[in-house]
Write a protein that binds this ligand. Structure first.
Ligand SMILES: O=P(O)(O)O[C@H]1O[C@H](CO)[C@@H](O)[C@H]1O
Ligand SMILES: [Mn+2]
Ligand SMILES: [Mn+2]
Length: 395
């Protein structure tokens, strides 16, 4: 019985990207800088899967608190991104064997980021009376600035970032969750031709600035990948199963997904992952996105929170390893960096770790990989699917 378990620690980069300068990210290093700033960082299980050594190979320096010669139980690599962007969609698609070699559309970082004709069409189609924001922002900062006005006026908050996204924040109770989802669908349709990766619904609750909280009802409306991902191939070629835990299904626009499991927060994401692994049959991929590393810690520039989250994940790893059967392959990886010590609140262009564990994985360095797509190609080979167009198998 063959199964592949992909644990995606969203934004967990390990520095060293050769092209980081192009993104204004030269020297960024999510793991390296978290480790450097923390008095301790206790990640024994990730360390034995090769995390510290992968980071050293990636950027030339062993992160603080890691040993040069850990007791190694898995194979480790780092991977470079060939996709043009450092966004979640590009990272995930490339990992699944479909790099994004075209340029996404982006909204400029200035007041009035969104084109007027687009906004006019959205207003006309949706019946909203107008909008707030219309700029680049951190999603929590903009709630403090405009959340109260939004509640008074009923106008949704439109904002974007360095990623190819159109984000809409609205109060779950006063604006209504379904109204927000409907508005997002209208915006998604109106963005035809703009080449925008995602429209993101950002519902929140609370009564006043400083107390607003975003909820787990976030929803991402993605475009479809431009070619077949390894997830789709598993379903089509082997009648296999792909289980999405967390926001995976949204990121692939629900293509190549057999089952969608919702979960909010690291604990529930981990619990639900274990449940799914317990019941998964042959030819199954269980794919979990731990979004909190990115959304709660990376973008929020919260070093201590990120470190605590990593320690929590590490503490629970043995539960996952214990569930693994003879022919299971575990891959722990990331989709981009989001260095919490970096300026601004955007992602950072970095290498990602590729930590592999399973009976067929040699316990050694498995190389500096030239594309994240090596992961997809490895899975295609492991599950005996037809080869992907990009990537070289790692094992
Ligand atoms: O600041 P928040 O709203 O968390 O937004 C972040 O989340 C978006 C999608 O992952 C990114 O584009 C980034 O802007
Ligand atoms: Mn991401
Ligand atoms: Mn992000």
């Amino acid at each position: 019985m063959k199964r592949v378990l992909i644990m995606m620690l969203d934004s967990f980069g390990i520095g060293g990207a050769e092209d980081a300068e192009k993104f204004g990210d030269k020297g960024s290093n999510t793991l390296g800088h978290i480790a450097e700033r923390q008095a301790s960082l206790n990640l024994p299980h990730l360390e034995s899967l090769g995390l510290g050594l992968a980071a050293k190979e990636s950027c030339g320096e062993l992160p603080k608190h890691f040993k040069n010669q850990p007791h190694l139980i898995g194979g480790y690599a780092f991977a470079r991104e060939i996709s043009s962007g450092k966004d979640t969609t590009s990272g995930h698609w490339e990992i699944a064997g479909v790099p994004v070699l075209f340029d996404w559309g982006l909204f400029p970082d200035k007041q009035n980021s969104f084109p007027k004709p687009l906004l006019d069409r959205i207003v006309a189609k949706s019946g909203i009376k107008g909008y707030l924001g219309n700029c680049h922002s951190s999603g929590t900062v903009i709630l403090d600035q405009l959340g109260e006005e939004h509640m008074k006026t009923g106008l949704p908050i439109f904002y974007t970032s360095a990623d190819s996204v159109f984000q809409i924040a609205a109060h779950e109770e006063t604006f209504g969750l379904n109204n927000l989802y409907e508005l997002c669908e209208i915006v998604r349709a109106e963005l035809e031709g703009y080449n925008i990766g995602r429209v993101i619904a950002r519902p929140f609750i609370g009564d006043k600035a400083g107390e607003f909280k975003r909820t787990g009802n976030r929803r991402d409306y993605s475009v479809e990948p431009p070619a077949k991902t390894v997830l789709q191939k598993l379903i089509e070629e082997k009648d296999g199963t792909v289980v999405s835990v967390g926001k995976i299904a949204d990121i692939y626009a629900h293509t190549g997904i057999s089952k969608t499991v919702k979960a909010t927060g690291l604990e529930e994401l981990f619990d639900k992952t274990l449940e799914e692994v317990k019941s998964a049959g042959d030819n199954t991929i269980v794919f979990t996105n731990f979004v909190n590393f990115d959304a709660d810690f990376g973008h929020r520039r919260d070093v201590a929170g990120y470190a605590k989250g990593l320690e929590y994940f590490d503490r629970r790893l043995p539960e996952l390893l214990q569930l693994m059967q003879t022919d299971d392959l575990l891959i722990i990886t990331a989709d981009h960096g989001c260095d919490p010590t970096w300026t601004g609140s955007d992602h950072t262009r970095e290498h990602i770790p590729v930590l592999m564990y399973g009976t067929q994985v040699p316990t050694k360095f498995l190389g500096g990989r030239d594309t994240f797509a090596d992961i997809g190609q490895t899975i295609a080979k492991y599950l005996a699917l037809s080869p992907m167009e990009y990537g070289t198998p790692i094992i």
